[in-house]
Design a protein around this ligand. Sequence first.
Ligand SMILES: Nc1ncnc2c1ncn2[C@@H]1O[C@H](COP(=O)(O)OP(=O)(O)OP(=O)(O)O)[C@@H](O)[C@H]1O
Length: 276
Amino acid sequence: MPVCTKKCGKNATLRRPKTGDTLCKECFFEAFENEIHFTITRAKLFKPGSAVAIGASGGKDSTVLAYVLKLLNEKYQYGLKLVLLSIDEGITGYRDDSLKTVEQNKNDYKMPLKVLSYKDLYGWTMDEIVKQIGRKNNCTFCGVFRRQALDRGAAHLKVDYLVTGHNADDIAETVLMNILRGDLARLKRCTSIITDNGDGIPRVKPLKYTYEKEIVMYAYFRKLIYFSTECVFAPNAYRGHARTLLKDLEKIDPSVIMNIIQSGIFTSNVLMYIIS
Ligand SMILES: Nc1ncnc2c1ncn2[C@@H]1O[C@H](COP(=O)(O)OP(=O)(O)OP(=O)(O)O)[C@@H](O)[C@H]1O
């Protein structure tokens, strides 16, 4: 490996997937965290002194989000009160295990944790639903219920914001899916860094511009504990195709992820202009 391109004098240990820069571990941490700090401050995502619930699934994105938000909150004195919020969908062999990871995060990051279950909220678990209806469209149903459960959890905790670990790849995938379906009206919502469900608690995506590969790299080098098993129920097939396409394109040119997001934003702005 060549020397770190930040001219810190150290040898580089990695190549940044987003920019191609060769960096040492410390300079990568700094670049990664600074970009999230820049995203937060430029978009004025949080008012000082606010309470923020972090949607915590135990996966890599929400684990990195919790870690980095805590770090930036202390470093730059955002004045945020952070709390972990987990939804237990009742999926044996998946969510029961990932919730153990969230418990670990709670102890490691010294954040309070609230767990809400589908069983308590709706009277049934995903295991019971799948037993009844079979393995069809499970992700679609579960996603709708989870969004509502997170909103109810945020209202219960009386927080000012709900943040999720949606990353740049997730957003680019959603833009692609909406374009492929001809559903341009959804571009505005899926590319917005902050959305409101009308309940007064904004949903915020601080990792909107953070590449998935860099999140995995960051978690690896920071030795963060996260849960990486796929859900036991059928994956969302259509999203799977968009994901494969995006990953193939990323191999040719990593900037496609940002380009797709920017194109989604531009198209939705043009549509808004035409309609108004
Ligand atoms: N069961 C859950 N409880 C709380 N928040 C969740 C849950 N599932 C998903 N989320 C939130 O929604 C975001 C995107 O969901 P997605 O299905 O991509 O998560 P994941 O792949 O299970 O885990 P992660 O995104 O954390 O790696 C997560 O980063 C997290 O903030």
